[in-house]
Write a protein that binds this ligand. Structure first.
Ligand SMILES: [Zn+2]
Length: 440
């Protein structure tokens, strides 16, 4: 304890810009609005625990700076645990994205790997499906494969997250079309038919449907038969018509990373900075481009309707680059995600009947540490001009770091946002969004 106290004292304190400390009571009261929301926009930073937020903030805007996500008026924390499949009354303290996503998508805790099914493998309706059935327009946007867990939980129900396409059903016999199931994640997403589906995972849409009405067609062709326009690059996305569902598949797998930088080592690195990823495919849209198009299209589609839209936007590769122990990869994705949040908050300004929620599905491995600390470390020179050392220490090898079981931040603004205050559970978010949209 003495050591910890000494370490805290040794950290220089930085004054907030302007150094003004107004009483925020009135602002907080004004931010609390009940009632219905016309639109709900849910932004998920995958693996974006407090540590990942702080690392990105320090690097990009400095320790006393604030990211767009830091400006939401109401903030709480939520617990993310999953449950054990064989004993669902027992928690699984470290969740994966499938179980955590199922939590806010359906309101049910489940086992790691489950996509919107309960521990006894029963499908449960999702917030996107309920919104759609009630007459709202819907969208699902990610930088990962669209069949990855976080986008998948909104519009599909399979017993194992790996069942992404018709050729990948080995662990989901019960869901396989050839056995009379609803099909792979790719097939089910197309069948659920959100108005906007944007991300990676083109390879699974190119697989061939094996049974049923669409047998012999690829999943992409099945989508086209059902009215989707298909786009595969930024120019196609920009030109996509607003009056027709859009399936944008911009990469074979996950979309390319925004930034690159040093690889951590056991003995650390010399201080350095991050660089734009020169290997990034230039024709891929950025997350903010996809978010902007989704909002634009959904807003146009609901102009003359009493009901608005539900949209989820995921910054997926914060998690993936945390797994890969890639600090600049992780920070670049967090900054890219924050740019999309900024765009959403601009929309909310002119559409205050929009509930905006920014949260994560679980914490992750990266920590800000003193130099010469255990784990794989790299040192980056931040916006402050100071050196920040980041450690990855949940695995003996780089490239397979692990999630953590911590609670994560949830921040919100707009109707029903007060329901994120205090300490809640990720399953509570389902009910908050349901109440905001007034759907059952
Ligand atoms: Zn992960």
């Amino acid at each position: 304890m003495v050591l910890a106290a000494a370490a805290i004292v040794a950290v220089p304190t930085v004054a907030l810009a302007g150094d003004s400390h107004p009483d925020k009571t009135q602002a907080a009261k004004q931010a609390i609005k009940g009632g219905k929301a016309r639109n709900v926009i849910l932004l998920i930073g995958d693996g974006m625990g407090d540590s990942e937020i702080t690392i990105a903030r320090n690097y990009q805007v400095g320790a006393a700076g604030r990211l767009a996500m830091d400006t939401l008026p109401l903030t709480g924390a939520y617990t993310t645990y999953a449950v054990q499949k064989a004993s669902p009354n027992l928690p699984e303290y470290v969740t994966d994205s499938a179980a955590s996503g199922t939590g806010w998508a359906t309101g049910h805790k489940t086992y790691n790997g489950a996509i919107s099914v309960t521990p006894d493998e029963k499908p449960k309706p999702t917030i996107l499906e309920l919104a759609k059935a009630a007459g709202f327009r819907t969208g699902d946007v990610t930088t990962a494969e669209l069949q990855d867990a976080t986008p998948a939980v909104l519009g599909s129900h399979v017993i194992n997250r790996d069942c992404k396409g018709p050729d990948a059903m080995a662990t989901c016999a019960v869901n396989d079309k050839v056995n009379g199931g609803a099909g792979s994640i790719a097939e089910q997403l197309v069948q659920t038919r959100p108005d906007v589906l944007l991300g990676g995972g083109k390879q699974y849409f190119d697989q061939t449907v094996k049974a049923g009405k669409y047998k012999g067609l690829t999943v992409a062709q099945q989508a086209q038969v059902n009215g989707f326009q298909i786009v595969t690059d930024a120019a196609g996305l920009a030109a996509a018509k607003p009056n027709q569902p859009i399936l944008g598949a911009f990469a074979k797998n996950n979309m390319d990373l925004e930034w690159t930088g040093p690889t951590p080592t056991r003995t650390g690195t010399a201080p350095s900075t991050c660089a734009t990823n020169a290997a990034r495919t230039a024709t891929q849209p950025h997350l903010v481009d996809m978010a902007s198009k989704a909002i634009d299209v959904l807003d146009k589609q609901t102009k003359n309707s009493r009901k608005g839209f539900f949209l989820q936007i995921e910054g997926a590769s914060i998690d993936k680059q945390d797994h890969a122990a890639n600090p600049c990869g992780q920070i670049g994705e967090t900054v890219g995600f924050d740019t999309a949040i900024k765009k959403v908050l601009q929309y909310q300004k002119s559409h205050p009947d929009t509930l905006v929620v920014v949260t994560a599905d679980h914490g992750h491995t990266s920590q800000i540490v003193e130099t010469a600390t255990l784990g794989y470390t790299a040192t980056l020179t931040t916006h402050d001009g100071a050196n920040m050392t980041i450690s990855y220490a949940t695995s003996e090898i780089t490239g397979s770091q692990q999630h953590t079981g911590t609670e994560v931040r949830i921040a919100a603004g707009g109707p029903q946002a007060a329901n994120v205050l205090g300490v809640t559970n990720q399953t509570d978010l389902f009910f908050t969004m349901k109440r905001a949209l007034g759907v059952n």
